[in-house]
Design a protein around this ligand. Structure first.
Ligand code: MG
Ligand code: ZN
Length: 221
């Protein structure tokens, strides 16, 4: 007997709730972004850098997913960003049911969900977001797309953070890009640094454009 059917059942149950999440986001007119990365790549820094550059009037809220604690949520709150903390109690990824109870977001145009730091299973659990973002960073090395192809294959968009220190880590941009393209022919790749701000505006422009084209909620008189 194989355990594979059990895994499939869990995933299809997750997908059904992810569909509900998507419907709730669509109804609220909120673009959902699943922010995935290894620990320390700069997910929180990218969310903060993004928040600082979003067009005026585009309201952002954040869900922080962590095994424990609320350090990142406190950073969001300190920046004036509405935030909800989800602690997984040891779980290594967010799933759709964890996010379900926090939806629909109230009066926001964009919901960024910072997943648990992990380049493996977050890619396998849809949350119902419109955009799956993978944040890579130069200190991790240019080999990450080759070692974690599932994560990079799942991405709708990739940001490569810490570009300002690439030389210190002998980071090979071409090798990184080839690795992403091996599993993902289309996802845009934005090279940036949250520390210096270089490249961040181009990413924010792309993200803002995704909000502009998402399904509009019905207008109530
Ligand atoms: Mg973080
Ligand atoms: Zn996991």
């Amino acid at each position: 007997m194989t355990k594979i059917p059990v895994v499939q059942q869990i995933l299809s149950a997750n997908d059904a709730i992810a569909d509900e999440n998507r419907a709730a986001l669509d109804a609220a007119g909120a673009l959902g972004v699943n922010v995935m990365a290894s620990p320390g790549a700069g997910k929180t820094s990218l969310i903060l850098a993004t928040a600082a550059r979003l067009p005026a009037g585009l309201r952002l809220a954040v869900i922080e997913g962590d095994v424990a604690g609320r350090i990142d949520a406190d950073a969001m709150a300190a920046a004036g960003i509405p935030v909800v903390q989800i602690n997984t109690g040891g779980g290594c990824h967010l799933d759709a049911p964890m996010v379900r109870s926090e939806l629909p977001p109230d009066g926001v145009d964009m919901l960024m969900i910072e997943n648990v730091g992990n380049l493996i299973c977050p890619a396998g659990f849809a949350l119902g977001t419109h955009v799956k973002l993978v944040v890579a960073s130069t200190p991790e090395g240019h080999d990450k797309p080759y070692k974690y192809p599932g994560m990079f294959a799942a991405a709708d968009v990739v940001t490569l953070n810490k570009a300002d220190v690439a030389a210190v880590f002998d980071f090979d941009f071409d090798a990184f890009q080839r690795g992403v393209r091996m599993v993902n022919p289309a996802a845009p790749i934005f090279v940036l640094s949250c520390r210096t701000g270089e490249g961040v505006n181009a990413w924010v422009d792309w993200l803002t454009a995704q909000h502009a084209v998402m399904p509009r909620p019905p207008k109530h008189p």
